[in-house]
Design a protein around this ligand. Structure first.
Ligand SMILES: [Ca+2]
Ligand SMILES: [Ca+2]
Length: 465
């Protein structure tokens, strides 16, 4: 999803004066109702990178010229800002590639600093953006970049695709830190390519802390000339020794693979096929790297974001990157919501008006329960101010007035309270945005929450698990 920040050539007029109010609306795709929230503002900032956890989503980005000041913002799961633009640190050079990890109670703000190559630096902050550490050097021997940041709640793991002498695809490394960034153990070299053929490379690592105390690391290895790559898997045992590499039963093209270790203790791996690069698959694998089930073919368009519950979203920049489309999948690979445009149209901006050369630039994350969050630029041609949007999409479950993601008996009291005494409802459910109550209570889909919704609510409750 990364894209070179070519937008910098444009004058960025700081005009943050417009009110920043999150608005909510409902969109319907086939028979699925979705709740969308939108925050729109106009500022000069670049290279956003977002990361989510159960507690919400944080965004790391660079402020106005010269684009060395690193800032944070944060949002609750409804898309409302919880942290205004907050300065964190200054990088030594402009556009140090951001890579953020939001944990349950803190942010690991990382960037790839200085030329040539990359010196990985980081600051740990709390969720209010207050730095808990000075700027940390995460090691300068890698000359590569972080590819993946993971945490089990007590440790932070970083994978690098790097190597000596500024070689970006010569080694896969993993190193482990505590929650304040202190190194726990020296970096482990997980993979280096064999000396022959010379064009063999290793890259694209993904790691996870496994339930048995070991660390699983996936990576691509293959021939750069033939653009065919294995996906390999090794585990780092608690004594820092490595298991033998397992070659997983798949071959990928240049798009490689995308993987996530799920909360049920399995890997979900998505890959782009080889030699037929027009096909994409997902498949489950055990924590040991054993294939489970059979590969499921998914849409050939887009790249996936995988949530910890195994649900995933294909994100497709269609028509020469002028449109953003989403398609949502259940954890078994079946389609949950077909392609739709998540971007709202505004009076100032015709839908999909991305100038082809400049956008859209966006970064996104997916949390369990199909909670998708995305920041994106929309920049109509000839307009000298960058419109920035924060858009969230989540299933709109009619009747789920306690907003726990399911409709059941526990919603009865909340439904009645919302219907008969709205102030008491807001007091009892302060986490639910007042603007979405009428959307949640509209059982019969007529655009209003009123007495005609009572019977459909009762019917839905009787039919619920
Ligand atoms: Ca509920
Ligand atoms: Ca209604």
């Amino acid at each position: 999803m990364t894209r070179l920040p070519v937008l910098v050539v444009l004058p960025l007029l700081a005009s943050a004066a417009i009110a920043q109010v999150t608005t909510f609306d409902r969109i319907t795709v086939d028979d699925t109702r979705l709740l969308r929230s939108t925050l729109h503002y106009q500022v000069g900032w670049l290279a956003p990178h977002v990361s989510g956890s159960e507690s919400g989503v944080s965004m790391q980005y660079y402020g106005d010229f010269p684009w060395t000041d690193i800032h944070l913002r944060a949002f609750d799961p409804w898309g409302r800002p919880t942290l205004p633009p907050t300065f964190v640190a200054t990088a030594a050079r402009a556009f140090p590639t951001p890579s953020l990890a939001r944990l349950s109670d803190r942010n690991l703000v990382t960037w790839c600093d200085q030329h040539p190559g990359c010196i990985p630096r980081a600051v740990v902050t709390d969720l209010d953006g207050v730095a808990l550490t000075p700027v940390l050097e995460l090691g300068d021997e890698f000359k590569g970049g972080f590819k993946n940041i993971v945490s089990d709640g007590s440790r932070i793991g970083l994978t690098f695709a790097g190597g000596a002498d500024n070689c970006s695809k010569c080694a896969i490394l993993f190193q482990e830190h505590d929650l304040l960034g202190a190194l726990i153990a020296p970096a482990v070299v997980v993979a280096t390519p064999p000396p022959f053929p010379i064009s063999t490379i290793v890259f694209n690592p993904t790691a996870a802390f496994l339930p048995d105390g070991s660390i699983g690391v996936l990576y691509n290895q293959g021939n750069h000339g033939a653009i065919r790559y294995d996906v390999r898997y090794r585990r780092i045992l608690p004594d820092q020794t490595l298991t033998n590499p397992v070659v997983l039963p798949m071959m990928s093209d240049t798009r490689g693979y995308v993987a996530r270790f799920l909360s049920d203790g399995t890997w979900l791996i998505w890959w782009s096929g080889y030699p037929d690069s027009s096909v994409r698959f997902v498949r489950r694998f055990s924590a040991m790297g054993e294939p489970l089930g059979t590969p499921v073919q998914v849409d050939p368009n887009g790249l996936p974001w995988i949530a910890p519950d195994g649900r995933f979203v294909h994100i497709w920049e269609r028509n020469g990157n002028t449109e953003i489309r989403l398609k949502m999948y259940e954890a078994d690979g079946s389609i949950a919501v077909n392609w739709f445009d998540p971007t709202p149209s505004t009076p100032n901006r015709p839908t999909h008006a991305f100038p082809v050369d400049y956008g859209p630039y966006f970064s996104s994350t997916l949390q369990p329960g199909f909670r998708f969050a995305m920041t994106w630029f929309a920049m109509p041609v000839n307009q000298q101010v960058i419109d920035v949007y924060w858009t969230t999409i989540r299933p709109l479950i009619p009747g789920d007035l306690n907003a726990d993601g399911v409709l059941n008996n526990f919603d009865i009291d909340a439904f009645v309270l919302a219907k008969v005494n709205r102030p008491s409802y807001h007091a009892a459910y302060p986490g639910v945005p007042p603007e979405v109550v009428d959307l949640l209570g509209d059982m019969n889909d007529d655009g209003a929450f009123n007495n005609f919704d009572i019977d459909p609510f009762v019917e839905a409750i009787l039919g619920s698990p």
